[in-house]
Write a protein that binds this ligand. Sequence first.
Ligand code: ATP
Length: 324
Amino acid sequence: IKNIGILTSGGDSPGMNAAIRAVVRASLYHNLKVTGVLRGYEGLIQADFIPMDGKSVANIIQRGGTILKTARCDTFRTKEGRELAHKNLLESEIDALVVIGGDGTFTGADVFSREFNFPVIGLPGTIDNDLVGTDFAIGYDTAINTVVNAVDKIRDTAESHDRLFIVEVMGRDSGLIALRSGIGVGAEAILIPEAKVGVPELIHRLETGRKDKASKIIIVAEGDEAGGAYVVGEALKEKFPKYDIRISVLGHIQRGGKPSCMDRVLASRLGVAAVEGLLEGKTDVMVGQINKEIVFTPFSQTIKHIDAEKITPAWLRLVEILSM
Ligand code: ATP
């Protein structure tokens, strides 16, 4: 391997820049060339490549977002699109790829690396943390801290006005942001797709729970089958007309901001491991960290089946003990 291409793809997450920096610096350390690919797989297809050196990643470790930009790219889902991407890589003499993203990114990387026998290693970059093969994905720690900081502020006003707040957090298929941030803010209830609590059970808990609380915070993952904060809010207003109920949807603030130190260090460690993994001949795998150890997991095994792996019955029991 002489020239490593690097790209960020799918939804952005805080710490992607720290990962780019680590991949560039590790490549230079091993006397490899490194080429930035702009806007994810779209940049592969457009041959939107920029040479990178130590200076090009200076002063970015603390910045949210991604300097390489990211995009969703439907053309890469087609064989013709991937053939064009492959041709562009060969023409620019890029002979390996590091892709930073989530499950969609890895699905594409898996197809591509097998189709053309092209070396690809993935770095987990998603605030959802919904990948098997790493305890934490880059960006998750920052995102849950953003949620905790926001909800602490909501708690102040909720407590002053004796209000019930329903706060919707990100997580279309995964309740991991809701789970940890909910525990962190002392939420009265947490609705996540994996637990299937549902509105009737929530109402039951509110009816039977402590009555002496000034404020109540309910955290809802956007993908919960109850249907999001507004739907839950309507159901509760109907059942408890005396409650002063307010809704807050946190939205995209959860994706942005300076990465936490945990995310910067994780990104730095995984970025170096990705380059060294490629040099050792590893391909079609994601590099993650499990119990402090670096672990390489085939792309096909990183996707889905998250429930049993990360949202264990023990976590759900903890939520039940602590809420209400
Ligand atoms: P996040 O979890 O933050 O949304 P992601 O990596 O899952 O990130 P996606 O938009 O799902 O984001 O996927 C990123 C890109 O990966 C897609 O835009 C597409 O280019 C590529 N991709 C996804 N699935 C496939 C597939 N089956 N075949 C080829 N490419 C794919």
